[in-house]
Design a protein around this ligand. Structure first.
Ligand code: AMP
Ligand code: MG
Length: 489
């Protein structure tokens, strides 16, 4: 790994320099070959004893400058002035084959000054879960932190009972959170705020450096990216589960795969997280929560926006006010593509709303409904890629389908092209909760990692349906249904 550690060159008050705590007996579970190559890291080296020791935190690679970063955050709306990496350590940054800078971070690698009462460790279950779900998101084309590799630790961690432990290597364009800005804002440390903002601009938004007001332009860029990101979640039925401001990256990537889940049956009010009693982070609340979190970022940036705080406030408010429309545009564009409309027209809104109402009433599977529509978009559909008798839209959809077909008649593309475009944006496979749970169970109870590997391999091509893999596309039977998810910390 060729490191260049720009965050570690920021002043000491941004982090604590420390090493991971070695684990007893690292056992390699999986290396993400494609990602390794993208990061110009040799996958064979990662699978070697030396590479495995690095993944586990037992060996510090040359050029690394390990730090735990500090941040704050609003958790379920309550202010926590000091959080920070309590069980994660940033080894350093590498420049990928795409020229982009990436953080290489270990998660589950021991206590840090930010651990509070935590043990700094991660149970194997949540490690596997993050691997599966974040890689599934990446394959869907959704900006996200990635997993480069995972090991078992050969140690037990105590949660409800004793569970096997694990360490994972997380990769992201940075781990700078809205909560990182909020930490320095609450300290009234304007120098740090400016340094952090300059770092973020250089790293993520180099173009805005030329803007008349680069900090305002940075804020606008973050808002624009989050609007796109949340829209992409809504369009695949992804529920994050813990949208605290410390779990929102300014790089616009999804992070923190704790109690997250993809919906099976469509329910706009769906909540999975065992600790989200009021549905704060329910599916249909995600855009509003992102908006609220971004207001927190804007507030933290006030001193940088303008010397005149009244003007700064107006600017921040104007920027924040753009979020709902940006989200709506991104969502409308995405759902139009899913429904086979090359261009969206104002009349489409009713058609979309009526579909979602129907889906909710019929408790229709979110993923398969859209996939089936793609199949129905052309009469001479290819049967090899057909859901076949796995899933059919209920009769209640018939009048709506009629309206939809009429609407498709005004779409300029020929029906085969349109269908191909639809099949490329409506996945057949998502990381269904019951499959994720089965894979975790097999691994943690029977040391059988086969279902875990198979699921990851399959989810790498979510749009390529084949009946041979029908069991991965099938919604859970009632007894398989997962109703609650846990942070697993
Ligand atoms: P999360 O809910 O994963 O966003 O974590 C919130 C905060 O708790 C972060 O500062 C984490 O680093 C910290 N944390 C979570 N789990 C642990 C753990 N097992 N040991 C130490 N700190 C933890
Ligand atoms: Mg977190």
């Amino acid at each position: 790994m060729r490191f260049d550690n720009s965050y570690a060159r920021l002043p000491d008050r941004f982090y604590t320099r420390l090493h991971p705590t070695p684990v007893a007996a690292p056992g390699l579970i999986r290396v993400n070959d494609a990602l390794a190559r993208q990061l110009r890291i040799d996958p064979d080296w990662l699978t070697s004893a030396e590479g495995t020791a690095v993944i586990a935190g037992n060996r510090i690679p040359e050029g690394a400058d390990p730090i735990a970063t500090v941040y704050a955050g609003f958790q379920f709306g309550s202010w926590v002035p000091r959080l920070g990496d309590g069980r994660a350590i940033l080894l350093g940054e590498v420049i990928g084959a795409d020229g982009v800078r990436y953080d290489i971070q270990l998660k589950g690698c021991g206590r840090t000054p930010y651990s509070r009462s935590g043990d700094g460790r991660a149970p194997l279950g949540p490690v596997l879960r993050e691997y599966i779900v974040s890689e599934a998101m990446a394959a869907l084309g959704i900006p996200t932190s990635r997993v480069l590799a995972a090991v078992s630790s050969g140690e037990w961690v105590v949660r409800d009972g004793a569970e096997p432990g694990g360490v994972l290597v997380r990769v992201a364009q940075s781990h700078i959170r809205i909560g990182t800005f909020q930490f320095f804002s609450a300290q009234q440390d304007q120098d740090a705020l400016r340094l952090l903002a300059d770092h973020v601009i250089q790293r993520h938004f180099p173009d805005v450096a030329q803007a008349e007001n680069p900090y305002r332009a940075m804020l606008d860029s973050v808002i624009a990216q989050q609007a796109e990101l949340i829209a992409s979640w809504q369009l695949v039925g992804f529920i994050h589960g813990v949208m605290n401001t410390d779990n929102m990256l300014v790089s616009g990537e999804t992070i923190d795969y704790g109690p997250c889940a993809f919906m099976d049956a469509f329910d706009p009010a769906a909540v999975f997280s065992s600790i989200d009693h009021n549905g704060r982070y329910a599916y249909n609340n995600q855009p509003a929560i992102a908006h609220w979190n971004l207001a927190g970022l804007a507030q933290a940036l006030l001193p940088l926006l303008d010397r005149d705080q009244h003007r700064a406030l107006t600017m921040a408010q104007d920027s924040i006010n753009t979020f709902p429309e940006r989200f709506q545009n991104a969502y409308l564009q995405g759902i139009s593509k899913k429904l086979g409309f090359a261009e969206s027209t104002p009349d489409d809104q009713t058609l979309i709303d009526d579909l979602l109402t129907l889906m909710a009433e019929e408790k229709s599977d979110f993923t398969l409904t859209f996939r089936r529509l793609a199949e129905l978009a052309d009469a001479g559909q290819d049967t090899a890629s057909n859901l076949g008798n796995l899933f059919e839209l209920p009769d209640a959809f018939t009048p709506w389908l009629c309206r939809w077909h009429n609407r498709l008649a005004s779409d300029p593309r020929d029906s085969l092209t349109r269908q191909a475009d639809m099949l490329a944006v409506n996945p057949a496979f998502i990381a269904r909760n019951h499959l994720v749970e089965e894979a975790i169970q097999a691994a943690t109870s029977n040391r059988d990692f086969e279902p875990f590997h198979k699921l990851i391999d399959l989810l790498a091509a979510p749009y390529a349906y084949h009946p041979r893999h029908a069991s991965y596309a099938t919604p859970p039977r009632p007894e398989q249904q997962v109703r609650q998810t846990f942070c697993g910390t």
